[in-house]
Design a protein around this ligand. Structure first.
Ligand code: HEM
Length: 173
């Protein structure tokens, strides 16, 4: 295995380990107001996730215009890869972990609005997975989809986000 891959795995393992220990300490200590703190960080993670999910298809639209192998195309590849791995992926993990914890700790598990929200978040996560595939296709100069396709893809997270936020704030059922 290449040395830089090993170093990355060690760094990722260390990061996960430290996060797990800190999360364990927090749950054991349970400071008052923990629920509201978790909700605040859930919202921060949601904003980061959505910012990335709305910007990435925009990059795909511009990337379609760049000649494969050109300097511009290579720059887009780096931007897409960094946006995905530094912002979008970690933000999704934090959103999910804190969201599930809020649902459990807040006693919301049997609430109808949560089930509907959960279904929309699963679809949103599927769109996320599809975008990972698009980044890989662009990375290998194998994109076959049109600009129009990415313009439509750009709207999907927006529509899902509106549904999710209305459900959690209004709790209609
Ligand atoms: C599996 C994923 C998720 C779960 C289980 C989940 C669950 C929850 C729960 C239980 C709350 C606390 C509700 C309350 O205290 O009234 C909450 C708050 C919130 N969630 Fe999520 N969530 C998830 C993902 C998301 C996503 C993807 C978004 C937006 C796109 C989102 C947006 C929000 C917002 C804006 C609040 C604050 C609502 C308020 O305080 O009125 N959540 N979430």
């Amino acid at each position: 295995m290449a040395a830089d891959v090993k170093a990355r795995i060690i760094r990722a393992g260390l990061g996960l380990g430290i996060t797990a220990v800190l999360a364990g300490l927090l749950l054991w200590w349970r400071p008052s107001g923990l629920y509201l703190w978790a909700k605040a960080f859930h919202i921060i993670a949601v904003i980061s996730w959505m910012a990335g999910m709305l910007y990435l298809p925009r990059l795909f639209i511009y990337h379609c215009e760049a000649e494969p192998g050109s300097r511009q195309s290579e720059t887009f590849k780096v931007m897409e890869w960094r946006l995905l791995t530094i912002i979008i992926n970690p933000a999704m993990v934090v959103t999910w972990v804190l969201g599930v914890w809020l649902a459990y700790d807040g006693g919301w598990l049997s609430a109808g609005w949560l089930h509907a929200k959960f279904a929309l978040v699963v679809v949103l996560s599927g769109v996320h997975g599809f975008m990972v595939r698009c980044v890989r296709d662009f990375g290998a100069d194998q994109n076959r989809r049109s600009q129009k396709f990415y313009r439509i893809l750009n709207e999907v997270p927006t529509v899902l986000m509106i549904g999710i936020v209305l459900l959690v704030v209004l709790k209609p059922f």
